[in-house]
Design a protein around this ligand. Structure first.
Ligand SMILES: Nc1ncnc2c1ncn2[C@@H]1O[C@H](COP(=O)(O)OP(=O)(O)OP(=O)(O)O)[C@@H](O)[C@H]1O
Length: 918
């Protein structure tokens, strides 16, 4: 990394574009270019020619020009953010694997001319797709509305009219137009395709474009010779061109001023979106819900051939049983799972936004919040207020020395001034404020170059013209004690410079630890005077050597008001909180103690570097605080925790948290986080109150519990029915239910179960991480499926007693009607009794559940008595049957309650949704 004195056209230097003085008026350059796509010809033009071509200038557009261009080129919105049309939405839901399997089963039925079965299955497909697309439409709309609340903004320079000065102001990113001049600082998203006019130590993350994880240096290129070289290096690949910053990347460090060359769908990022979308890492949601779905689909596909073979082998039936076999497979399918999942998550997310101001940007993240058992968080700005106040300033001998504060503030002032950062860092602001209060003049110095703070190097440097020393430059460096000390050879104590031997270094390190243990953030300040470099040779990192340590500044940053309450609440919910910070181990440990979190033994980034992935996973499981972490360390710890089987969340607000936010299962950030953190996070906390995370966790668990309830009840009931149906099919000379009856029953049960999206789960389900584990669900389904099958088989007995001609074909319609009624009634019973939230504390079932279970029971009893009955092959039943059926239902209900009580007290039940690990 290099930087330059006195602003010349050099890499990473504060390099001036065409100055404000020689800037022609915008009207002299009519916006004549239709294609701002940054093609090679335009990107290869010298800056001034390019600005002329696009009708812009470094002082920014006039507001009227910006309006015109907005009308002409449209909003700066990516095609993927536009709303999806209804036909596309419908087609997308058809692509769901459950729907695809149903579709295949309908085709099989049509192939054997079982038209009624085929039609009913198709009706099921259409109902499920319509419900799913409309659910998704509502979910997308509310998610988009929620996302708008945290929409990104960009800092642009615009003028009210030709005579007015340029004013930097925030505009929503979608209002940016070609020719706008944008200011960039650390943590900013690159809001469109940009060409740099100036840059200071600018590096960008462009992993989304190139997959390259390390930040890449960017700088303006103006002279034809340099431009030619850059173009040759970059070739057709514009990501590699140093003077172009492309949408989809973000600022890692430094600052810059750039002109917008392409917006919306003309950006390179938008072009990439037209191809296959990049795969997101598999989250906890993908692993559980998708895992369960695929196990079921395999099971469903196996069922028709098995039923068909059993019927053919044991009863000698032929191809006529195929529609029945298909109907049984359909009966086994929880085809409403996607609808229940979407409705449950969307409802949870919108409730959360209304009640706790938590914005869930990606719906499955709500499930992942509920499943999260470890929350990693950074310290500054999340657990602390990020409003530091200077508490002390000492020289390298430990004596109070205002000069140290003075030089630290000089460094802050000039790194901010030269870097033209849109927003100052809180530490720099605190230093400047402290000096201002003392009435100390900082402008006696004139800086020639600066390298703003970089969280990886943990240093910021300003180069000043040495007052009264012509031909001399003074480097003023501030940063973490370790980073600064490593570049020092002397120390200044009591106004005198002395050698810095190993003993003195150790002494200084322990002095900084002492300050840190008092909860202070510590900055070391150093300086060096040396001959000025000639204008053409830029300063580089390698110039930060041979410094004299001036001393240290301690700053106090109080704990965030609600941090302690949030940690207590999360611990109570069995979520382990871990802190990953770039700060000093002592400061981190003290900050933890201040909020009631035992820091244990603090591990530093150096230790992380020394461990392989397995060893790190082991250490991460038992460590509470990782300090002196670079962004890469934070991401490695998060990945290690995930590899160790933990569903891991990350709460962070800065550019140094970006890799960790990308690596975790669910990324969370506060609303005033940097734009890039807001973009990367799945969940945004809109209020300052950190306990909102606890509310979000509860909402996630509630959603998962409701999805689990649906799965357990749908699958156990379906399994019981299928077992009983197969038994009956093998014993009876006719089918126990006509295919159409199986499908109607299935449709009614599916519709009733949509109410589970509105259920209120048991308090115990909200106390632990809610991971949907296929094995735990399967055990439940097998046990309760068998009880259900027994109830069905008992109904055979009842039917055998009450229906005349039961064993011969004469009683077929009555048998099938009786069994249909029993099926719907047992399903209603199961829905009420197997819900988790039916304890005294939870009160009555919510309205939608009461309504749909009642409707299910009423349809079960009345449908065989309605005019529709003959069309469906039903007939009326003797009253005696109903009396016996009541007895079966009572016994079944009692058996269910007893089994459920035993299950809840057993090892799997006690673990709640989590069950055993898959
Ligand atoms: N503006 C700055 N100028 C110079 N040094 C800084 C500046 N900001 C932070 N530092 C130093 O760099 C260290 C690491 O800072 P970094 O921003 O990576 O982490 P943090 O903000 O302290 O913690 P967290 O990771 O919890 O947000 C700090 O402890 C401090 O010594």
């Amino acid at each position: 990394m290099t930087w330059a004195p006195d602003g010349g056209p050099r890499p990473l230097a504060r390099t001036a574009g065409p100055g404000a003085d020689d800037e022609p008026e915008p009207d002299a350059w009519p916006g004549a270019v239709e294609d701002f796509g940054g093609g090679r010809e335009t990107a290869g033009l010298p800056t001034l020619d390019f600005l002329r071509l696009i009708g812009g200038g470094p002082r920014g557009l006039l507001e009227s020009q910006a309006e015109e261009r907005l009308a002409r080129y449209g909003e700066n919105v990516l095609p993927a953010q536009r709303s999806v049309s209804w036909p596309r939405r419908f087609l997308r839901s058809v692509r769901d694997p459950f729907t695809a399997v149903l579709f295949c089963l309908a085709l099989v039925s049509a192939a054997v001319t079982a038209w009624t079965t085929a039609c009913v299955i198709m009706a099921l497909v259409v109902v499920s797709c319509v419900l799913r697309s409309s659910g998704e439409y509502r979910a997308d709309r509310s998610a988009a509305a929620l996302r708008d609340l945290v929409a990104a903004t960009a800092t642009v320079r615009r003028r009210a009219d030709a005579g007015s000065p340029a004013v930097a102001r925030e505009v929503p990113v979608d209002q940016l137009v070609p020719g706008d001049v944008v200011l960039l600082g650390p943590g900013d998203l690159i809001p469109a395709d940009l060409r740099l006019l100036r840059a200071t130590g600018l590096t960008v993350h462009q992993a989304a474009l190139t997959g390259e994880s390390a930040p890449v240096a960017k700088y303006p290129v103006e002279t034809p010779a340099l431009l030619g070289a850059a173009a040759d290096r970059g070739g057709a690949d514009r990501d590699a061109w140093p003077h172009l910053c492309l949408q989809g990347s973000s600022v890692a460090s430094g600052s810059g001023t750039a002109v917008v060359v392409a917006t919306g769908e003309r950006t390179r990022f938008a072009a990439g979106l037209r191809g296959p979308s990049p795969r997101r890492r598999a989250s906890a949601f993908d692993r559980s819900v998708h895992g369960i779905s695929w196990s079921l689909i395999r099971f469903m596909l196996l069922t028709p051939p098995l039923v068909f073979l059993a019927d053919a082998g044991l009863r000698g039936r032929g191809v006529e049983t195929l529609p029945f076999a298909v109907a049984v497979a359909v009966g086994l399918t929880p085809e409403m799972l996607p609808v229940v999942v979407t409705t449950t998550l969307a409802r949870g997310a919108s409730l959360l936004a209304r009640t706790s101001e938590v914005i869930v940007k990606r719906l499955p993240a709500l499930h992942d919040l509920g499943a999260m058992d470890v929350l990693c968080t950074d310290k500054t700005g999340t657990l602390t207020q990020d409003r530091p106040v200077v508490a002390c300033h000492v020289d390298a001998g430990g004596r109070d020395d205002p000069d140290v504060l003075h030089w630290a503030a000089v460094n802050s002032l000039w790194t901010l001034q030269l870097a033209e950062l849109p927003m100052p860092d809180a530490l720099d602001e605190a230093l400047l404020e402290a000096v201002e209060q003392r009435g100390d003049g900082l402008l006696d110095h004139y800086a020639v170059a600066a390298l703003p703070f970089d969280p990886v190097r943990r240093l910021a440097t300003a180069v000043l013209r040495t007052p009264g020393g012509p031909g001399l430059h003074t480097l003023v460096v501030k940063g973490s004690v370790e980073a600064v000390l490593a570049r020092c050879v002397k120390r200044r104590a009591d106004g005198r410079d002395g050698e810095l031997d190993d003993a003195a270094r150790d002494e200084l390190l322990s002095a900084s630890t002492e300050l840190a243990e008092q909860g202070l953030r510590v900055l070391a300040v150093a300086a060096a005077e040396r001959p000025a470099k000639p204008g053409s040779s830029p300063y580089a990192e390698s110039d930060e050597y041979g410094l004299t340590l001036l001393g240290m500044v301690g700053l106090r940053d109080a704990a965030a008001d609600t941090a302690a309450a949030a940690v207590t609440a999360l611990t109570r919910r069995s979520v382990t909180v871990k802190v990953l910070t770039g700060d000093h181990p002592g400061t981190a440990a003290r900050a933890c103690r201040d909020i009631g979190l035992d820091p244990g033994e603090v591990v530093t980034g150096d230790t992380v570097d020394a461990l392989d992935d397995d060893a790190l996973a082991e250490l991460a499981a038992t460590t509470t605080v990782f300090a002196r972490c670079t962004p890469t360390h934070k991401a490695r710890v998060v990945r290690a925790l995930r590899a160790g089987g933990h569903v891991t969340g990350f709460l962070g607000d800065g550019v140094n948290d970006l890799p960790a936010l990308d690596a975790c299962d669910v990324g969370i950030c506060p609303r005033d986080a940097t734009a890039v953190a807001r973009e990367a996070a799945d969940v945004v906390l809109a209020s300052k109150d950190l306990t909102a995370i606890d509310h979000a966790v509860v909402a996630g668990r509630r959603s998962s519990a409701n999805i689990a309830t649906y799965l357990r009840i749908a699958l156990s009931s379906n399994l019981g029915n299928v077992i009983a149906m197969l038994t009956a099919a093998l014993l009876l000379p006719y089918l126990p239910m006509l295919p159409v009856q199986v499908l109607v029953q299935n449709l009614c049960f599916d519709a009733a179960q949509l109410a589970f999206a509105y259920d209120r789960p048991a308090a115990a389900d909200l106390a632990r991480p809610a991971v949907l584990r296929p094995r735990a669900i399967l055990r439940f389904v097998t046990g309760f499926g068998l009880i259900n099958a027994l109830a069905d088989i008992a109904t055979f007995g009842v039917l055998a007693l009450s229906v005349r001609g039961f064993a011969t074909g004469d009683g077929q319609a009555a048998f099938q009607s009786g069994w249909f009624t029993e099926n719907l009634l047992t399903q209603a019973l199961v829905m009420v009794l197997l819900r988790t939230g039916r304890g005294v504390a939870e009160g009555r079932a919510p309205g939608p559940i009461r309504l749909t279970t009642s409707a299910l029971a009423v349809i079960g009893i009345l449908l065989p008595l309605t005019p529709l009955a003959p069309a469906l092959g039903f007939t009326t039943l003797p009253l005696f049957y109903y009396a016996l059926l009541a007895a079966v239902l009572m016994s079944y209900g009692t058996a269910l309650v007893m089994a459920k009580t035993r299950y809840d007290a057993g090892p799997v039940g006690r673990q709640g949704l989590a069950g055993s690990k898959p």
